[in-house]
Design a protein around this ligand. Structure first.
Ligand code: ZN
Length: 117
């Protein structure tokens, strides 16, 4: 089967490991990749920032932990599926982190927010 350029679909000649027909198409491809990763990052970074701001606001400046009703977070449009990392503690509870703040499901309708130092 004849190989074609990944960008313009022209048939490829020469080396069999070629993916692009020209430097122009290769540059074009890298431009698309950069654009796609930048766009995805902007959207998700926005969700993370928003989540962080919500946790930070509920926690206040001096508290290291606070318990809130889940619907308070929902009302503020907290996106539960976006976090930076997670940790399962010795009691088998999962802490979802947004940078240095974390939350966990304390009960069916309560969320515990903690500041990790
Ligand atoms: Zn091409």
């Amino acid at each position: 089967m004849e190989k074609t350029c990944k960008i313009c679909a022209k048939p490829l000649k020469g080396r069999t490991d070629k993916i692009f027909c020209s430097a122009h198409c290769k540059n074009q491809y890298h431009k698309y990749v950069r654009y796609a990763s930048k766009t995805a990052a902007i959207e998700i970074n926005g969700y993370l920032k928003r989540n962080y701001a919500i946790l930070w606001e509920l926690l206040g400046t001096n508290k290291t932990q606070v318990k809130v009703y889940r619907n308070i977070l929902e009302k503020k449009k907290f996106r539960f599926k976006y976090h930076t990392h997670f940790h399962i503690n010795s009691s088998n509870k999962t802490f979802f982190y947004v940078y240095d703040l974390a939350w966990m499901e304390f009960s069916d309708d309560e969320i515990l927010i903690v500041r990790k130092r």
